[in-house]
Design a protein around this ligand. Structure first.
Ligand code: SAH
Length: 263
């Protein structure tokens, strides 16, 4: 089959965060597919066709991309951040697995991008210097009980926890619940980062305590990445500047001994 499919990470925002390899893959495409706001970030040439879609129809969008590639097009599917992190790459492979046998002969590549948690961590200092994990708070694709079970396990294991999809108009309460759950295991003064629109002109970084974060949960939105520190995560205060947030690389105590919960 002559068609190809590149699944491309655009990074968190501005074009300077796009890798040269991802840029080359975008330039090689005849057809660009993605959620409207992500596609808007790609300056397409007159000879490239953009197919914008709604955010909720990922597998349908993936099938569309595979069908176009099977017709011989050079298709690029774009995602914000990294396409493999809560994004289109898994949707494409889900569609490939369930789809036409012929599609498996296509050339399919994944171009990595800077994911939100890495962009946010770099702005804050080095909060991911120790062990960490990422959890999507969206319960569109999994039951909320799975989210809380994973969150509880990660809190007990003393990971730094990055929360993607923390809140939306349709899901207004999940972040508050997640932070309240954290406060049953982590100390009230644990650093929590609200990193919003990192790498974009309206970027903001708020460094709060866990107690403050619970009170501020409703001020987060869909463009926010929330990071809950581990027990060793700490601040280096600086006059007139944001403190630096970092997690030391070395751990000397077991998670059970280091948790400083209220209960
Ligand atoms: N593939 C994307 C994540 C998609 S899930 C990536 O790798 O970054 C969407 C969630 O990612 C948002 O709800 C938010 O939590 C986070 N996110 C994406 N871009 C962001 C940015 N520029 N700043 C902060 N968080 C962002």
């Amino acid at each position: 089959m002559s068609g190809s499919l590149a699944i491309i990470g655009l990074g968190p925002g501005e074009a300077r965060y796009l890798t040269p390899s991802a840029l080359a893959a975008l330039e090689a495409a005849s057809d660009l597919i993605g959620y409207g706001p992500y596609l808007d970030r790609v300056p397409a040439r007159a000879d490239q066709t953009k197919h914008a879609s709604d955010n909720r129809v990922e597998v349908e969008r993936a099938r569309h991309a595979l069908m176009l590639a099977a017709q011989g097009k050079a298709v690029a599917v774009v995602s914000g951040g990294d396409p493999g992190v809560f994004a289109m790459a898994a949707a494409v492979f889900e569609a490939l697995e369930a789809g036409e046998a012929d599609w498996r002969r296509l050339s399919i590549t994944v171009e990595p991008g800077i994911t939100a948690m890495l962009a946010a961590a770099a702005k804050a200092g080095a909060p991911l210097g120790g062990d960490f994990c990422a959890i999507s708070l969206s319960d569109n694709l999994k039951p909320w009980e799975v989210v809380t079970a994973r969150l509880s396990a990660a809190l007990a294991a003393d990971f730094v926890i990055c929360l993607y999809n923390p809140i939306s108009k349709a899901r207004p309460w999940q972040l508050g619940k997640a932070l309240e759950l954290a406060a049953t295991i982590r100390a009230a003064e644990t650093p929590v980062i609200f990193a919003r629109a990192v790498g974009r002109p309206d970027e903001s970084l708020r460094i709060l305590t866990l107690a403050e974060a619970i009170a501020a949960a409703q001020t987060a939105d869909m463009a926010t990445l929330v990071m809950i520190g581990a027990s060793a995560t700490r601040l280096i205060a600086r006059d007139g500047q944001n403190p630096i947030v970092y997690t030391p690389r070395s751990v000397t105590k077991s998670p059970c001994a280091t948790s400083q919960g209220r209960t």
